[in-house]
Ligand binder design. Structure first.
Ligand code: HEM
Length: 199
């Protein structure tokens, strides 16, 4: 009997190693694409990447990166419903801060849902007031921030931080720097020589 139980436990653990591996791999890929989407989005919106191509092509690149981020993010989240022990049910996957759920998981849920909402409404700018659309699209900045926090705490909980921190910071720094520069007054950017005055 004991042997059957331990056998079952070993089998469940082995199965979960695979699922957890897929969850971690898709999480890392989603994180990388998320940082690149934000970086590319700022470069496209500001025109700072004008030399690299036409605005339409730059925007398509931003869209492709966003789709990849969301696809891998959704695979990562769904993987937790396939665990044989402590699997997430649909409610715990969709609703943040339910009784018994962890704050670090809720950060991932909110981040992913806000990003999905932004993607779904991204095509609506022709039918809605531009200011309202822009307000919603700019929620991407806090969404990326809280998803990065989720990733940090998730990697800590998994014991993977020592492996991931360097790549994580390398991807996040350009995204954060460009986001900060985007909201600095133009005069200040001109004064420090980051952009040239058009005369
Ligand atoms: C419904 C949304 C999400 C849920 C329920 C969720 C859940 C989880 C869970 C359970 C872990 C394992 C560690 C832990 O117990 O905290 C984790 C880790 C992680 N998550 Fe998420 N997550 C979600 C969305 C996202 C998104 C959108 C990203 C990135 C774009 C992401 C990136 C990460 C990363 C990088 C890790 C660490 C992986 C590792 O240790 O290698 N998560 N997440």
């Amino acid at each position: 009997m004991v042997d059957h139980w331990s056998q079952a436990l070993v089998l469940a653990q082995t199965a979960d190693t695979g699922v957890r591996g897929i969850a971690a791999l898709s999480a890392r890929v989603a994180y990388a694409f998320m940082c690149l989407t934000l970086t590319w989005g700022v470069l496209t919106a500001t025109g700072w990447a004008r030399r690299l191509g036409e605005r339409k092509a730059l925007r398509s690149g931003h869209l492709a990166l966003a789709v990849l981020t969301l696809s891998f993010g959704v695979i990562h989240a769904l993987a937790f419903t396939f665990l044989s022990a402590n699997a997430f049910d649909l409610a715990h996957l969709i609703v943040p801060l339910l009784p018994g759920s962890l704050v670090r998981h809720s950060l991932g849920i909110v981040g992913l849902e806000v990003m999905l909402a932004i993607a779904i409404t991204a095509g609506l700018h022709r039918w809605t007031a531009y200011r309202r659309w822009l307000w919603l699209h700019r929620l991407a900045y806090p969404a990326v921030g809280i998803t990065a926090l989720h990733s940090l705490f998730g990697a800590m909980a998994n014991g993977h931080l020592a492996l991931l921190w360097l790549a994580g910071i390398t991807l996040l720094v350009p995204a954060m720097t460009l986001s900060l520069l985007r909201f600095l007054p133009v005069r200040m950017l001109e004064r420090v020589g980051l952009i040239e005055e058009n005369v």
